[in-house]
Ligand binder design. Structure first.
Ligand code: URA
Length: 243
């Protein structure tokens, strides 16, 4: 029986809003480039941007794990390509791997990953189903510092190739660094969120990074609005209507 209330209002009434369920830690082992049988040319060289633009999925994964296109390769454990459904409608893009991601080879597996999974669950999504998760920079910056412009520029061809292969219907960008990088702007994130942008012809919604939300939980409400905007945008696209 319908209560006549929307999802948010129902959750609020129950005192459960914003309620983002937490998931168990993943245990999947990720093969190294050598274990993955990387061809020597990909495992030990830094592919040129033009070459990256022509890679298929398996070579792309191997190339990212072993990439030496920027100095971050000297300090990281492994490159972290991305995870999820390679034919996903939803693409979530973060900044760069942290310590947990560097060790496990999968994006967003630490505390901010738990919150990201809860955010996905809030709009009925799971990381393995119709969702792909990647970062603008695939190697961990030492001490989790912001990636510098040279590192971002060296890594961006990988994300661009991932977008071309996935062909997502909608992109959700997590955090200021990723948003400002992709939109080539220094506009504050507070002004970038709340709008539907375009990136490589794909509608893109900006929201706060889960790590920021862990520090500033009051802004979870804004992030929830952003996720609802993203969901509305995709629904409108699929029904052929304007968002
Ligand atoms: N923060 C990010 O932006 N990406 C990750 O993969 C983990 C933390």
């Amino acid at each position: 029986m319908s209560t006549g209330l929307g999802r948010e209002a129902r959750l609020r009434e129950l005192g459960l809003w914003p309620l983002w369920r937490l998931r168990r830690s993943p245990t999947a082992e990720v093969p190294s480039a050598a274990e993955a049988g990387a061809p020597a040319s990909i495992a030990h060289e830094a592919p040129a941007a033009d070459d990256i633009a022509g890679l298929g999925w398996e070579d792309l994964m191997v190339a990212v794990r072993a990439c030496t296109r920027c100095p971050l390769s000297a300090s990281r454990t492994q490159g972290v390509p991305g995870v999820g459904d390679r034919a996903a409608e939803w693409l979530f893009i973060g900044e760069a791997p942290g310590g947990d991601e560097d060790r496990q080879g999968e994006p967003f597996v630490g505390q901010s990953g738990k919150l990201l999974d809860a955010m996905l669950a809030g709009i009925g999504l799971q990381r393995e189903r119709n969702v792909y998760i990647a970062n603008i920079v695939k190697s961990r910056p030492p001490g989790n510092r912001d990636p510098n412009p040279d590192e971002v520029a060296a890594c961006l061809p990988y994300l661009e190739r991932q977008i071309d292969l996935i062909q997502p219907r909608l992109i959700v960008v997590l955090g200021r660094i990723a948003a400002q990088t992709l939109l080539v702007t220094d506009t504050p994130i507070g002004k970038l969120r709340g709008h539907v942008h375009q990136y490589r012809g794909v509608p893109m919604v900006v929201t706060y990074h889960p790590a920021y939300l862990l520090r500033s939980p009051a802004d979870k409400a804004k992030s929830w609005e952003d996720l609802l905007l993203a969901r509305r945008t995709l629904a409108a696209l699929k029904s052929g209507a304007a968002a």
